[in-house]
Design a protein around this ligand. Structure first.
Ligand code: TXA
Ligand code: MG
Length: 298
C-alpha cells in the first residue's frame, strides 16, 4: 500500500515481514543492494529496532522527529537483513504527516517505505503520481493530499561520533548544524558502500535534462523545443515551448514543494528536452541541486 508522508509518498509494508519486503523491492523494480528506511510512529518505539544511544542522534531525534530526518543507526535483531541490504545499520525515521503517523501508531510493527516510484524515476508527491506509475501493481493508496515538503528526508549517519550527511533532503544542513554543530556532507555515487542507494543517475525524467545557465544553453544551435525549469524568473526565447517557475517570490521551500511535480509535468510535454538552472546553494536549494544533478546524469 502507498502512504503519504510530509516528504514524498512511500510504498509501505511491514518492516518485520520478509515476504512483504521482498514484494516491495519487486514492485519498485529496486535492486536488493539498496536498503530501505524503517518508519516508526514515535521516538519511544525506536529502541526496539535500533540503538539510539549516541547523544547527538538522541538530540536530533528529540528536536526534529516527527519530521524529515532519517538517521542511520546500529541495527537491532528484529529488523531483517533484507531491509538493510545486509548492513548492520538501519535507517530510521518518524514521519510527521498526520495520516501516516496515525496509521503507524495503530500498528504493532514499523513500516518500511521507499519512495513510491519505479526505481530511478521521479519521486511521487501526490496520490495521482503514485497511481500513474504503480497503480496497477498496488492494492491501496492512502490519499493524504499533496506532500507538504516535496523532497525526501535528509539522511545522517554517525561514525565515531562524527556526523555525516549521506543524502541532502527536506531538513536543511543549517538547521541540523544549529543543534549539533558541524556536520560533514558526504554525498556519493553508487561506489559508496555506506549509502548504496545514492546512485549517480536517479530521480530521472525520461527526457534529457541539461543543468546550467539557461541563456547559454539556449544559444546552442542543437537545442530546440525546450521546457524550462527555473527558480524565480521567466525566460524569453522562441525555442521555449513550456516553462515552469518554481517560486516567483524566490522562496526555496516553495520551490522544493513544487519541484518533483514540475519535473513530471515537463516530462509529459511535447518538448525535446528540459533546461534547468542551478539553485542557490543554501537551505533547501542544496537538496534541489542534488536532485537536479542526478536527474541530469546519464
Ligand atoms: O523522505 C523519505 O525518506 C521517503 C519517505 C517515503 O519516507 N523515503 C525514501 O526512501 O526516500 P528511499 O527508499 O527512496 O530512499 C532511502 C535511502 C536510499 O538511498 C538508501 O540507500 C538509504 O536510504 N539507506 C537506507 N538504509 C541505509 C543504511 N543502513 N545505510 C546507508 N543508507 C541507507
Ligand atoms: Mg527513492
Amino acid at each position: 500500500m502507498a502512504i503519504p508522508t510530509e516528504t514524498v509518498y512511500g510504498l509501505a509494508g511491514n518492516a518485520l515481514d520478509k515476504r512483504v519486503i521482498s514484494r516491495i523491492f519487486t514492485t519498485k523494480n529496486r535492486p536488493e543492494f539498496d536498503p530501505l528506511i524503517v518508519h516508526c510512529g514515535s521516538l519511544s518505539k525506536v529502541p526496539d529496532y535500533a540503538d539510539i544511544d549516541n547523544p547527538k542522534a538522541k538530540l536530533l531525534a528529540k528536536t526534529f522527529w516527527p519530521g524529515p530526518l532519517t538517521m542511520v543507526l546500529p541495527k537491532k535483531e528484529p529488523i531483517p537483513y533484507l531491509v538493510t541490504s545486509g548492513l548492520d545499520s538501519v535507517a530510521i525515521r518518524v514521519p510527521s504527516h498526520k495520516l501516516s503517523l496515525e496509521l503507524l501508531n495503530h500498528l504493532d510493527f514499523p513500516l518500511v517505505a521507499p519512495s513510491a516510484n519505479p526505481f530511478g524515476y521521479i519521486s511521487p508527491t501526490t496520490s495521482d503520481h503514485v497511481q500513474e506509475n504503480l497503480g496497477s501493481s498496488i492494492d491501496y493508496i492512502l490519499d493524504g493530499g499533496k506532500c507538504e515538503l516535496g523532497i525526501e528526508s535528509t539522511i545522517i549517519k554517525f561514525d565515531n561520533d562524527l556526523p555525516r550527511v549521506l543524502r541532502l533532503g527536506s531538513l536543511s544542513i543549517e538547521k541540523i548544524q544549529s543543534i549539533i554543530g558541524k556536520v560533514e556532507i558526504e554525498i556519493h555515487s553508487s561506489s559508496n558502500p555506506a549509502a548504496p542507494g545514492m546512485l549517480k543517475s536517479h530521480y530521472s525524467p525520461s527526457k534529457p535534462l541539461i543543468l546550467g545557465p539557461i541563456e547559454s544553453s539556449l544559444q546552442d544551435p542543437s537545442i530546440d523545443k525546450a521546457g524550462i525549469l527555473s527558480f524565480s524568473r521567466e525566460y524569453n526565447n522562441e525555442k521555449i515551448l513550456e516553462q515552469i517557475v518554481l517560486s516567483p517570490k524566490g522562496d526555496l521551500e516553495e520551490a522544493a514543494a513544487n519541484f518533483f511535480s514540475a519535473l513530471r509535468a515537463l516530462d509529459k510535454k511535447n518538448i525535446n528536452l528540459i533546461l534547468a538552472e542551478k539553485f542557490p546553494d543554501s537551505g533547501l536549494g542544496r537538496a534541489i541541486n542534488d536532485r537536479l544533478k542526478r536527474a541530469a546524469a546519464k
